[in-house]
Ligand binder design. Structure first.
Ligand code: ZN
Length: 355
């Protein structure tokens, strides 16, 4: 394994960040190459925990000459977000300077030629140079896994429609309960996943091997699901997947079983929002299957006067995928992601993630 540090200067003198990149060289040029990054949102740590345990497994494989395809890992993909704190709290989702979500606004390329991306010393902000750098690192790989987590959540995956079938081996390996598919249409300020998928979506179908190529965002459960045990089992899942795809060789490891979870088009994800602000009582948790009009959340805006409570119900039958970890919310906040059979009536933008 080779460790590389790429230093990017900050936007004011005497500041910089270090991007730590781990590289395993594959012995077979034909084997699929894999890129894994975690914590693009700073303190989303279940994926970082998984890489913490995966890297020693890959080191062992390297010592035994079992790494077939090149593997690149960036366990702390966003030092800017990792170091963003305010009033004793971590704030890793949005760039405090621009208010832009760190997982939006990646550059879009029509092919795998990264030579037009801004260099690390280009006269643009650090965050934009970092995004270009992450894309430059990821694009030469057949498999790109961006490791995130939701708030309180089951383990699930995002995937362009194109990868919806091919991704099921990863879902089996990780025990994911849902695959959320988007419509292969990349919007203007795309997340990392969409930016990495875009050149693949532009390929001629005849040149595209979907057993080899995969770009996905992995949502490894919720923010506080950070434990050695789950990290180890997620690492074993990722390792099993890499063996299954032929990036690592291991006779003792076999991926078995077929995917039994949901494959839900993103149009069918009901993002249930709060009509008023206040204290919330959840009546459901991730994994629950609910009927139409089932009580999801009670919002208390006038404590002591239950007649003012607002009960938020399921707009259609479905499975609760996620909910919030906080219990005090604002009007318009997301409360629940519900996976439904029919399209939601709420209009969504193209691309992989909600607004
Ligand atoms: Zn995230």
């Amino acid at each position: 394994m080779k460790t590389e540090i790429i230093r990017l200067d900050g936007d004011v003198p005497n500041t910089s960040i270090d991007l730590r990149i781990l590289k395993f060289a594959g012995s077979d040029a034909q084997a699929p190459k894999a890129y894994l990054q975690s914590s693009l949102h700073g303190a989303e740590l279940p994926g970082q925990a998984a890489l913490h345990f995966l890297i020693p497994m890959l080191k062992k494989a390297a010592e035994e000459n079992r790494i077939l395809g090149d593997i690149t890992l960036v366990p702390q993909a966003n030092p800017v977000a990792s170091d963003q704190w305010s009033t004793h709290q971590h704030m890793g989702r949005f760039d405090a300077f621009s208010k832009v979500n760190f997982n939006r606004d990646f550059p879009l390329l029509n092919n795998f030629d990264t030579s037009s991306l801004p260099a690390i010393d280009a006269p643009i902000s650090l965050v934009r140079r970092l995004k270009a750098q992450l894309l430059r690192l990821a694009l030469p790989h057949d498999i790109v896994l961006d490791l995130h987590c939701d708030d309180e959540s089951e383990s699930y995956l995002y995937s362009a429609n194109l990868f919806a079938e091919g991704i099921q081996d990863l879902a089996v390996a990780l025990g994911s309960t849902a695959i959320l598919t988007w419509n292969d249409e990349v919007a203007g300020a795309p997340p990392f996943e969409d930016a990495c998928a875009h050149p693949v979506l532009k390929m001629k179908r005849s040149e595209l091997d979907l057993k080899r190529r995969l770009v996905t965002t992995i949502e490894f459960r919720g923010l506080t699901d950070v434990y050695a045990e789950s990290g180890k089992s997620d690492a074993e899942g990722l390792y099993k997947f890499l063996v299954h795809r032929g990036t690592v060789s291991d006779e003792g490891v076999k991926l078995e079983g077929s995917y039994k979870g949901l494959v839900t088009p993103f149009d069918n994800v009901e993002i249930v929002r709060a009509p008023v602000g206040g204290m919330i009582f959840y009546h459901t948790e991730p994994g629950d299957v609910v009927e139409k009009d089932a009580k999801l959340v009670t919002i208390v805006s006038v404590p002591g006067e239950p007649e003012h409570d607002v009960v938020v119900t399921a707009p259609q039958p479905g499975r609760v995928l996620t909910r919030r970890s906080v219990r005090y919310i604002r009007r318009g906040d997301d409360l629940v992601k519900l996976l439904a059979d029919k399209p939601s009536q709420i209009i969504k933008k193209p691309g992989s993630l909600e607004a």
